[in-house]
Write a protein of this length. Structure first.
Length: 190
């Protein structure tokens, strides 16, 4: 199978034809660096990365986390995520195929905890079941990467009503001269 290869920061990625990948590498590095900054990792944290795709954010976080658990609904993307972890010699990541709103509540029921949760959902935003599980898990920080300001605002309201506060919002212009913008948000527990 053929792959396209790219490097963001110090991490190399193999990308197959059916996997999602940001098309603006310069701004992608800024986006992921901001997510890593907001995660504020010291090497002791367990992190969950919902909607992890091919592991781009997961592997960025794994550079400074104790362990990162990524979940993605697309099986081909998880194959790429595992390949990318191996390609970069990262053993502190675990990837699972499934819907974040089903897998993460199951992990929580099994006793898994997260110090930080990162979400980078599709335009429809996070499913309510995932938001409620995140609130119940009580991570210290949530990093929300969004491509849709409307669903971001909706989801932030749910998290704020659940005991979190929005601390900082950083837009990243991934698609200049268009109406589309990515946003990285730091959310902390009250």
């Amino acid at each position: 199978e053929a792959y396209i290869y790219d490097t963001i920061g110090r991490i190399k990625f193999a990308i197959s034809a059916r996997s999602f990948y940001q098309v603006n590498p310069v701004q992608t590095e800024r986006l992921y660096s901001k997510a890593l900054e907001y995660a504020n990792l010291t090497g002791k944290e367990n992190v969950i990365d919902a909607y992890c795709g091919i592991g781009t954010i997961s592997l960025f976080l794994a550079q400074k986390a104790k362990h990162v658990y990524g979940v993605e609904v697309v099986p081909d993307a998880i194959e790429d995520a595992n390949r990318n972890a191996a390609l970069n010699g990262m053993e502190n990541v675990t990837f699972a195929v499934g819907e974040a709103e089903k897998v993460i509540p199951q992990w929580y029921k099994e006793g898994h905890q997260a110090d930080v949760i990162v979400v980078d959902p599709p335009r429809k935003g996070c499913d309510d079941a995932l938001l409620q599980t995140m609130i119940e898990m009580k991570p210290e920080r949530i990093v929300y990467v969004s491509c849709n300001p409307s669903t971001l605002a909706r989801d932030l309201r749910v998290l704020e009503d659940g005991g979190y506060r929005t601390v900082e919002v950083q837009p990243v212009d991934m698609f200049p001269q268009t109406g589309h913008v990515e946003t990285v948000v730091l959310i902390t527990r009250l």
